[in-house]
Each structure stands twice: as structure tokens, then as C-alpha cells.
Design a protein around this ligand. Structure first.
Ligand SMILES: [Fe+2]
Ligand SMILES: [Fe+2]
Length: 369
């Protein structure tokens, strides 16, 4: 492979402008055409290029404003009462990073949203509260803090909080920017509330326990029938895995939420993971394609992303753009830290676009700029 990234070499466009060429370009432009060599180096970068910047959203700063939204508008007025987090360089597509959207939604006890569906897939990671639930295609699923829940592409869904519960706040993750970029999104509003078609938590109970799959049920949807991944099962899975594994030098103990029927990602366009950074863990840097949104589920630490340090603690949200160097550190010498993340890896992988690279210099650790 040629590691010389200069555009001043054979094989790259290096035509000098001349009066004759400029006139020629103008003539092409009038016909809706152009000379490839005037744009080739730009549209075909030597390496993956992200227009997003690494960003951190501190929950302490946002929480009051998120709660305030519940005094200013009702879920009925807003449709979805969400404060969305937008990347400084992706405001044009309302993305948090790459082609991924994220937001923070608040629901008070007794409130519920109207049901709707869209071609964008959605997921939630619960940040605080009690008595929250979602109804997906007529299936009511209750959730607790640090639970991970999916509402896949085209599934009817509505959310609420039990009247006896406590105000719930959760992070939404959607691939709205991606589906819009592909010009394939749609949206529909359900007439009234969905009628429940099964007992509460029917699918998480049937498919999410002990590695067992019901023998008498058929599941033919292209997403995980588990729907809810409970923190009370996920955290022990990570701490048990820590006991029997050598810790990965880059990611600590990293596990993907998966569809038990395929072993693959939970949905067609978005995947999600939980990783445990043991006490004192100092992760080495790497980079790969795919965009990532993180939420700290437990503990505190920092990540260095393209040479910039971002300190995070429980509930803070940050993003790692495609092909950005990143490394994660747990600052506690006594407690583990856990990072939830979601990503567009199913798309990247299916299209054959995944690549990764480890940081070799400085024993694998970036210098902070
Ligand atoms: Fe939705
Ligand atoms: Fe990574």
C-alpha cells in the first residue's frame, strides 16, 4: 500500500488551471456536467474522513433544562418531548455524530406519548426514574435505570410512566440522519393507544433469559425478540466475564447486545454495546470506521479522542466520530466504570466498509494536545 498521502503524484488529480481549462469547465457546467479531476482528490480521500467533531454533553449541565421541557410543553404538543444533542459540525442533518441522532427525553408520572412509527430505528437507554414503559407493536415493556430497549424500524411505539412512578429520563438513539440521507424515511401516527396483544414483558421474558429460546414460537422479524436488556442481568454478565478473561488492552471487557437467534446486532441499522473498564484501567488507542455515541452507565473516567481529553461520569454522553483515534480510561483505582454505546456498525459491516487500526506510537497512548 502506498502510504504517501501527497496528491502531487501519478494516480491523483494534479491539473493546473489555465484560461482554456476554465472556459472548458464553464461549458461543462452549463450541461450539468463537470471534469472529475477538479473534485476527485476531495471526494476520494486517502483515508476515511468524518465531518463530525468529538463532543461531550455533561448531564449536570443538561438535566435541569431537560426537566424544564416538561413544564413548557406536553408530550401531546411536542409529539416527542426531547432535547436533542447535536454535533457542532452536523447541525444541517441534526446528527450527534456521523449519521446518528441522539436526544434526552423526559416523561412525568402518569404521562404517555401518542403512538407512532417511522422507518428510522430507535433505541433507548434509561437514565433515571421509576415506572417507565414502552409499548412496541402492542407489547408493553417496563424498564429501569441502565436498561437498554429497542423500538425497531416500522414498529408502532409509545412510551409512558406509571402514575405511581417517578419522572423518567432516558436517552433516545435513532438513525434518522442515515435514513434521511438514503431518502427512505417515513412517519405515521397511530389512531389512539395501542391495544396490548400479550402479557407485560412477554418478549423479554420469553427470549431474554438464560440463553433459552422457546421451542414452540416462530420469530421471523429482522431484529432481536429480546427488546429489553436489563442492567440487572447485563452488569453481572460483565463482572463474571472479567473473572475469566484477560482484559482487552483497548476496550476492557466489551460485549455487544445481540439477537439470540442470529448472534448478530439487535437491529438492522444500529448496534449497541456495554463495556466494563476495570478499576485503574488505562485503555490503549485505536480507530475504526463507524460512528459511536456513548453514555457512561457507571463510574467515572475520561476518553482521549483525537488527542483531546473528555472527562466523563455517570450519565454523561459523548461521541466518537468515524476513524477518530480514541482510548478510554477509568480514573478510579477501586471501582469499575461502564460505558454504554450505540453505533452504525450493522450498516458499515454489511456494506463491507469496516476497517480498524491500532495506535502504535507511544506504547499505544495518544499525547494530549
Ligand atoms: Fe419514535
Ligand atoms: Fe473503538
Amino acid at each position: 500500500m502506498n502510504e504517501n498521502y501527497s496528491d502531487n503524484q501519478i494516480g491523483r488529480a494534479r491539473v493546473q488551471d489555465s484560461p482554456e481549462l476554465l472556459a472548458y469547465y464553464k461549458e461543462l457546467e452549463t450541461l450539468g456536467a463537470g471534469a472529475l479531476w477538479t473534485v476527485a482528490n476531495d471526494i476520494e480521500p486517502w483515508e476515511p474522513r468524518s465531518s463530525s467533531v468529538p463532543m461531550l454533553w455533561k448531564y449536570d449541565d443538561l438535566r435541569e433544562l431537560v426537566l424544564k421541557s416538561s413544564e413548557l410543553v406536553t408530550p401531546e404538543q411536542a409529539g416527542r418531548r426531547v432535547v436533542y444533542l447535536v454535533n457542532d459540525k452536523r447541525k444541517d442533518v441534526s446528527a450527534a455524530v456521523g449519521w446518528l441522532y441522539t436526544g434526552i427525553q423526559v416523561t412525568r408520572p402518569g404521562e404517555s406519548t401518542s403512538a407512532h412509527r417511522h422507518k428510522a430505528s430507535a433505541l433507548r437507554f434509561i437514565m433515571e426514574g421509576e415506572g417507565g414503559y414502552t409499548v412496541v407493536d402492542g407489547n408493553k415493556i417496563t424498564f429501569e435505570v441502565n436498561d437498554f430497549v429497542i423500538t425497531p424500524n416500522s414498529a408502532w411505539h409509545e412510551h409512558g410512566v406509571d402514575p405511581n412512578g417517578k419522572t423518567c429520563i432516558w436517552q433516545d438513539g435513532l438513525d434518522i440522519p442515515l435514513v434521511n440521507a438514503l431518502e427512505a424515511n417515513d412517519y405515521a401516527v397511530y389512531d389512539g393507544k395501542q391495544a396490548l396483544v400479550n402479557q407485560v414483558n412477554y418478549y423479554p421474558i420469553n427470549y431474554g433469559c438464560a440463553g433459552l429460546i422457546p421451542a414452540d414460537k416462530v420469530w421471523d422479524k429482522p431484529y432481536s425478540p429480546v427488546f429489553k436488556y436489563s442492567w440487572k442481568a447485563v452488569y453481572p454478565a460483565l463482572t463474571e466475564a472479567l473473572k475469566v478473561n484477560e482484559v482487552n488492552q483497548i476496550d476492557g471487557i466489551l460485549m455487544h447486545y445481540s439477537n439470540p437467534l442470529t448472534g448478530g446486532h439487535v437491529m438492522q441499522t444500529m448496534g449497541a454495546s456495554m463495556q466494563l473498564l476495570p478499576a485503574g484501567f488505562k485503555g490503549k488507542a485505536h480507530k475504526h470506521t463507524g460512528s459511536f455515541v456513548y453514555q457512561c452507565a457507571k463510574g467515572s473516567g475520561y476518553s482521549i479522542i483525537n488527542g483531546q481529553r473528555f472527562n466523563w461520569k455517570e450519565r454523561d454522553i459523548f461521541c466518537v466520530p468515524s476513524w477518530a483515534w480514541h482510548e478510554h480510561h477509568n480514573t478510579s483505582e477501586t471501582d469499575d466504570a461502564c460505558l454504554f454505546s450505540f453505533n452504525d456498525l450493522p450498516v458499515i459491516e454489511k456494506l463491507g466498509l469496516y476497517q480498524n487500526r491500532e495506535y502504535i506510537e507511544n506504547n499505544g497512548f495518544q499525547n494530549i494536545e
